[in-house]
Structures are given as structure tokens and as C-alpha cells.
Design a protein. Sequence first.
Lengths: 330, 267
Amino acid sequence: MSRNLILFSVLIFLCLLLTLADIAFGSIAISWHNVWQTLVHPSSDSLYRDILIDFRLPKALTAILCGAALSVAGLLMQTLFRNPLAGPDVLGISSGASMGVALYVMATSWWSVSLLQSSWGMVGAAVLGALLVLMLTLSVATRIRQSVTLLIVGLMFASVAGAIVSILQNFSNPDAVKLFVVWTFGSLSAVTWAQMELLVPIILVGLALTFLMQKSLNAMLLGEHYARGLGISVTAVRIAIIVITGVLAGTITAFTGPIAFIGVAVPHLARGLFGTSDHRIAIPGTILCGAALLLLCDVISQQTTYPLPLNAVSALFGAPMIIWIVLKQR
Amino acid sequence: MEPAKTTYSPLRTSNLAIGYTGGNRLTVVQQHLDLELFPGEMVCMIGPNGCGKSTLLRTLAGLQRPITGSVLIEGKNLETLSVRDRAELLALTLTDRVEVDKMSVYEIVAMGRYPYTNRFGKLTAADKEIVAEALTQVHLEEKASRYISELSDGERQRAMIAKVLAQSTSLLFFDEPTAHLDLPNRVSIMLLLKKLAQNTGKAILLSTHELELAMQVADKLWLMNDRGVRIGTPDQLIADGSFESVFKSDQFFFDAKTGRFTVNVSF
């Protein structure tokens, strides 16, 4: 237990440090002194205020929320399917969210531009798209028991969603297409303080519900029959996992665009670090590792004159990690 | 020595029919079953593949519904009980191999307490005592902190038995607990279960292909084939010719005098 406490402390410290780094470094150099002054006196009307309080701070907060939410969504999927390679994007949830957003952006661009400004619309479309794909995957999952088959099915759903997006783009006006394409690059800087009021409660509720389910999640690791034998209502748990995953991954994807690999890689990192699959440890561990990793990705992506696409950086970290996991398994 | 017979039976079925539905077709595997289990008794279910051993075990455990008839557990109809109530009455191991990465033996056995613990699975001092006792009963106390993936097949099966014991139920079911084990482990698992039945007064039902082993350790056998279930002590079933008729084959025969099967080499 003491080892876990030390690990948790180190991770929390790391997150704080990376948050500061994320705020302090950017394409415009701001001295530590000015960063500190602006953070301590946010009401002062300086040039740095706009950059730090209205741009970099919400971006860092988004990185924390996004890293935590995607990683926990990945953890939930890996537990549900008892497959180490499951994750929100592998099973097509992110593609579903993309399809929802594409439909929304392009359909509303024919109607009215004012609807596009509503953050509720984007979130709703992404959540619905994510849930649709997840339900389809799960309805197949109840018939087929082999996880490899399931992954193929998830990839196929993702391809179908991608195809629908291409067709939509073909018929849409260039402005809407551009809006969508920029969204798919993945960015943490699109969230305003007003949208934050929506994003923070949704993610916190999703994470809190996951904490409440830790016992059922542990039982699910043994398989559905054993879970039922231990008094767990498997169907209810399965539905709860799907809804929470859809809301977490769908909401985040709506605001940041699809961000690759974090959801698959981080749960392994957390379980390996803490040496247990027990969700009591794995859930907080995954949240902290996810937040730290995405903050790190964001800090790295800011080191060039023009910020690198976040997706490229997260893939550079995530893909080798997945290869390492596969090699370690067999 | 016969265990003390009481009229109390923790499990009873009346006119039970078991089977499954695939698509629109209903397949009845066994019917008209009136079965009973008694405290402290170890019953082995034996029969050729496809006779419905697993289906029966799963039906008795409430993992699948009976086609007709009912299963009464401590006087209560299994179908009216919630999943959680069932978990306090019966515990089982299945043939599904548990593949969990980074889960210790202790964590797995402690899951047996899930029907009793709070939402977060917090173990009380009493829970911890029960888990420790379960580990001692299967002689795994020294491997409690090892990952389940590091154990041998025999140790892994013992860990699953400890989990079932930690569930503190009066009924224990085991679906082929000796599958994939070598001879010493098969014998030790069977003897362990026999001892548990005797010492704890739990009613144990297991399915197995270990005919000769079961004949020597079981208090009672449920001898199954596609025509029904014959119930009795091993001696009774040998005497009335049940073994010969259930395992009828040109390739081997059952010798009632020695109580063994002999392969017909000249065939």
C-alpha cells in the first residue's frame, strides 16, 4: 500500500509540474515571473492575461480532462471485452463521434450558421454518434465471443463511419468541410471557459460513476459467468459501461477531435506501474497517467514555432507503447 | 462410512427438464429430474460428452433457465431469487479459464466476499478472516500475493476453489474441476473437495470425466446418459449394472468384479 501511496503522490506532483509547464511554455515566450504574476493576479489587465488565462489555462485543463476521460474509457472497454487492445478508437467509438459531428456540422451548414455556435449541438451529435457505434458493436459482441472477431467488427464499423463522412464531405460546402477537417486534427485549444462549464461536469460525473462501479468491474475481469456467480447483474453493468464510455469518449471527442492511442495505451501503463488490475487502484492510476501523458504530449507539441498536431504527438508515444504491450503478451 | 442423513436438503428439483434454445429450436437434454443434494455430501456427475452435465450444472446454478420444473434452493425457487441472493446461497467454478493479467491470488479469493461487501468491495476484519481461512483450506496461504497468471494449473484451480469457499455458501458446484490437470493434481483436487464436504458440511456437486477416481471418492454418483440420470452410491450403481449400460461400447467393457474398465484390445 505504501508503494502505491508514493506512486500516487509522484503522479499528482508530475501532473502539477506538467500543468505549470504547459501554461508557461508556448509559441510566445513568457518569463516565469510574468506567468506567476498573471496567475496570482488574474484580474490585472495585461497582455499576458489573454494568453495565459483565456488560452493556455483552459488548454491545460482540457488536456487533463481529455487524458483522464479517454484513458478511463479505454480501461472500461478493456475490462468489458477482456481484451488488452480494446479502446474507444479501436472499437469505432471515436469514428462514431466523428460521424456525428460531421453530420451535424455539414447538415446545419445548409440550415443556419447560428446553430453551429451552440456547444450543446456538437456534444450531443458526438455522443449520439459514439453511442450508435458502441451499441452496434455490442449487439454483435453478444453473438460472437471471440475478441479478435470483435476488433475486426469494430474496425469495420469505423470504416463505414469514415465512408459516410467522405460522402457527406463530397456534398458539403467548403466552409463546413474545412471546419470538420480542422476538428479531426485534434486540438486542446478549442475549449472556451463557457464550454468548460459544460465539459467539466460531464467528465467529472462520468469519472465518478466509474469509481462507483469498481467492484463490478473487477468481477467482470473474471468473465461474465463468474461475475454473475458473484451476485453482479451483468446486463446492467454492461449497459452502464457502454453509456459511461460513450459519454466520456463522445464528449471529449466533440470538443477536442479524435485523439489517438491515449485510450488504449494508458490503462496498460497504469496497471503495469501499480502492478495490479484491481480497479480500486487502476481507475485513479489511469486518470493520473492519462492526464500526465496528454499534458506531456501538449507540452511537446508546443515546442515548435507552429504547434504540431496533437494526434501526431500522441501517436508517436502511443503506438510504440501498444507494440510493447503486444510483444510482452506473447 | 455413510454421512449422517437428514431430511434437510439445501437443493431439490422437481420434474426438472433442462436444455437450450438455439434459434427457434428447443432442445431438451434431460427431463423428469428429481434430484437432491445433502449437507456434507460430495456428488460426482459422470457421463459421456453431450449427456448434459454442464447444462444441468448451469441450470442448477441459475446461469440458464430450466425448460420446465423448478430448482429449489433452501426451499426457495431459484428463478424468483435475485442474482445477489443466489450468490449467497451457491457458489461455483466453471470450465472458463480465468485469464486476468496482474491480479493476485488474494484479490481473486477476496472477490468471493463480493455478495457481502459494500459498493466499493471494502473487506471488513471478518471478511479478511474468511479469505485467510479459505486460502488455508486449499493450502495456498504462501502464494496469496502471487499473480494468478504465475500459478501452475493445479494451484490456479485451488485458488478458484478458495474463491468459492470465501463465498460462504452451503452449496458448491464445480464444472470439471480436474480438467487439464496431471494425475497427482487430479487426485489432490478430488481429495481436497471430499475433505471440504466432510469437514465443512457443505453440499458439493461436481462434474467430471474421472470415472475411476469418482467411484472411489464420491459419496454419491449421478450417472448420466442420454436416457436419464441414475443416482446411487458407487457400489449400488456397480451392483445394479448401471455402469455397464451407461458406458456401453464395443471398445471397452466394465468389469463389475474389479470395478474397472478394460479396453477390448482385440477389437
